[in-house]
Design a protein around this ligand. Structure first.
Ligand SMILES: C[S@@+](CC[C@H](N)C(=O)[O-])C[C@H]1O[C@@H](n2cnc3c(N)ncnc32)[C@H](O)[C@@H]1O
Length: 315
């Protein structure tokens, strides 16, 4: 399904869930059940629920409701979900609250989401299963306050959302990272890193952003590098949908002159600057390191107060 082929305006399209992720949301509910989508918008999630069972789609904005009505193959109601839930007790409930102010600023606090899931806690807990799509920037404490199971969802190498699952059903509780490809689904439980090194060995391994956000880096059996929170060290290339390998050519301090000399000596040119916690201005660093040669990545990270530079190639 291409959301652009549905009835929409720009705002509704920008707020809509990616169809692959909507399919994942629907797959978490038992097949054949009716899901109440309390914030339907243009209806990408609601269409996925309808494809798996059936849906009742609620939307309170009259303009967006027109899109809901036209796009969703199910019952559509123009109503405020907070008022609706005061009188109804759905068994399966989905919320994807608005998370932008009228000025376009991103909202991260649950109390400012529209509607706020904090006000709907009772319905979320009383349902057989409920899911709330949240911003991955919302704090761990807030997410845990509305979800017994919190999933950070990665698609196309981006941590797109945190989904808080709740309700009376038995669910495996805790934080998880979920990586979706067109046809596959990979899940990791929370496991913190316990071992660290200051520098990488043969390979620097970059973890998926959802694995980082869900505190899952301890699952790979590799030590973390410095304070990077996301770069790991390995003697060998590691095959995993969660990881990207970089062959390390040089490790040193963040010394521009010295790094330029190494680039010249090895016949390399920096084509990208990647960093975690190093606070560099990539264009400035690239300008200062201008050399000719084969393309390599400059990867910067911090160990305590000092910044380190690595020259590496994707492997
Ligand atoms: C992020 S969008 C939902 C997008 C939708 N999941 C999709 O995939 O197309 C949130 C929607 O919730 C609606 N909304 C906000 N507060 C609401 C409320 N109290 N009751 C019902 N709908 C509400 C907004 O108008 C907006 O269309």
């Amino acid at each position: 399904m291409n959301p652009k082929s549905l009835s929409h305006n720009r705002e509704a399209l920008e707020q809509s869930t990616h169809p692959r992720i909507a399919r994942y949301h629907a797959s978490r509910f038992p097949a054949g059940v009716e899901v109440l989508d309390g914030t339907a918008g243009m209806g990408v999630d609601a269409i996925a629920f309808a494809e798996r069972g059936s849906v009742v789609a609620v939307e309170n904005d009259p303009v967006k409701f027109e899109f809901t009505r036209q796009n969703v193959p199910g019952k559509a109601l123009l109503a405020n979900i907070t008022e609706y839930l005061a009188e109804h007790s759905p068994e399966y409930l989905w919320l994807d609250p608005g998370r932008r102010t009228d000025q376009g600023r991103r909202i991260t606090k649950l109390s400012e989401y529209q509607p706020s899931p904090l006000e709907l806690r009772e319905s979320l807990q009383n349902a057989r299963l409920s899911g709330v799509k949240c911003s991955p920037i919302t704090s761990d404490e807030e997410l845990e306050s509305i979800g017994r199971r919190v999933e950070f969802v990665s698609y196309d190498r981006e941590c797109r959302e945190a989904v808080c699952w709740n309700g009376r059903s038995e669910i495996e509780e805790g934080f998880f990272a979920v990586l979706l490809t067109e046809t596959e689904e990979h899940v990791l439980p929370r496991r913190e890193l316990e071992e660290f090194v200051d520098f990488p060995s043969e390979y620097l391994v970059e973890a998926d952003p959802a694995a980082i956000r869900a505190h899952c880096l301890g699952n790979f059996g590799l030590p973390g590098i410095g304070d990077s929170n996301g770069y790991l060290s390995s003697w060998e290339k590691v095959e995993s949908p969660w990881l990207r390998n970089y062959k390390v050519h040089h490790v040193g301090s963040a010394d521009i002159k010295r790094t330029r000399a190494v680039l010249r000596e090895k016949g390399f040119r920096v084509f990208e600057v990647k960093q975690k916690g190093a606070n560099l201005e990539p264009t400035k660093v690239m300008r200062e390191l201008k050399t000719d040669g084969d393309p390599v990545s400059l990867i910067a990270y911090r160990v305590g107060k000092s910044v380190k530079f690595i020259l590496a190639s994707a492997a």
